[in-house]
Design a protein around this ligand. Structure first.
Ligand SMILES: [Fe+2]
Length: 319
């Protein structure tokens, strides 16, 4: 495929304290250079036969291609981030920044700190929407890498020296301040509105257990931490517990096959959390059986391994 150049988004003559000469050189040399390199690398990759060319060569070309593609995309976002009055943050955008950073001012201070830390280096500072978590974060991306997977950057500040030395010499601080004065917030907000429409990654769905209430490992941890009384039952099948000698701290193991024998030991006055190895079947079935018998039972999503993956404490399982 051939990557096409995007026309310059901002109007260079309208910028405050940033000269057209700087924007022209940046657009032509650095952005244009990235697109041209991206096309050369893409052409080279398309022409080679991955089964005969050494794997390291393919890998090196792909790495360079990713860097050129990110440079292309981020430069386009950078030029589209300029051209406004950086001080006037529209209401919806201000509300989003306040929700995720505490205040617009706190967002600004963090964003500028990341930029100033890149002075003399090379990289990007990005305001990025993360669909998985439904929130905005600031990030710095050293060189052209480290973009958050699945993230949608909506504001980009180029901290490569080529982005400022013509106007500001080595005074990166003055450049960052000028950038902040020129942010096109209405454009940023437009991209924010588009980004929030992107669906988060699909969560695990267990249609057959859709009606069984689940609880996350984080919420179980919070119950333990704040002293909420809870009865935690490890209902991993016997053959698993003989293989793994660990059990979640605070849990008791009960054989799911012999529920009738132990159900009378649990209190109906306190909530019950039950889980199995990964959270697929046994934990859910145990929760169903307990609920049918009148207990306030939920299954812990992700089971024993989610608990461990979240850094939850375990103890030795002694029988
Ligand atoms: Fe650049």
């Amino acid at each position: 495929m051939q990557y096409r150049l995007a026309p310059l988004f901002c109007r260079p003559w309208a910028l405050n304290g940033i000269t057209p000469r700087l924007i022209e050189s940046h657009y032509e040399t650095n952005y244009g250079g990235a697109v041209r390199q991206l096309n050369l690398l893409t052409e080279e990759l398309e022409a080679l036969d991955p089964s005969t060319v050494p794997a390291e060569s393919v890998s090196r070309l792909k790495r360079d291609q990713s860097a050129a593609l990110n440079s292309t995309l981020l430069h386009e976002l950078y030029f589209a981030s300029l051209g406004g009055d950086g001080r006037a943050v529209p209401e919806a955008m201000a509300a989003a920044l306040t929700r995720d950073f505490g205040s617009v001012d706190r967002w600004r201070r963090e964003f500028m700190a990341l930029a100033e830390a890149l002075a003399g280096g090379s990289g990007w500072v990005l305001l990025t929407w993360v669909p998985r978590d439904g929130r905005l974060i600031n990030q710095s991306a050293v060189d052209h890498g480290q973009s958050i997977a699945g993230g949608i950057p909506i504001l980009a500040l180029d901290m490569y020296e080529h982005a400022y030395h013509i106007d500001f010499g080595s005074n990166a601080k003055a450049y960052v301040a000028a950038f902040m004065r020129n942010i096109a917030w209405s454009e940023v907000q437009g991209r924010y509105e588009d980004a929030v429409k992107v669906a988060p990654p699909r969560p695990l769905e267990q249609k057959e257990f859709a009606d069984v209430p689940a609880i996350s490992v984080e919420d179980v941890q919070a119950m333990i931490d704040n002293g909420t009384p809870v009865q935690i039952i490890d209902a991993r099948p016997r053959h698993y517990t003989t293989r793994s000698h660990e059990i979640m701290e605070g849990a008791v193991w009960r054989d799911p096959e012999r529920l009738d024998e132990w159900i009378g030991e649990i209190s109906k006055q306190q909530p019950v959390v039950t889980y199995c190895v990964y959270g697929f079947h046994i934990g859910c079935q145990t929760a169903i059986a307990l609920r049918k018998a009148g207990y306030d039972a939920r299954y812990m999503a992700g089971g024993h391994y989610a608990w461990k993956a979240a850094g939850g404490k375990v103890r030795l399982l002694e029988e």
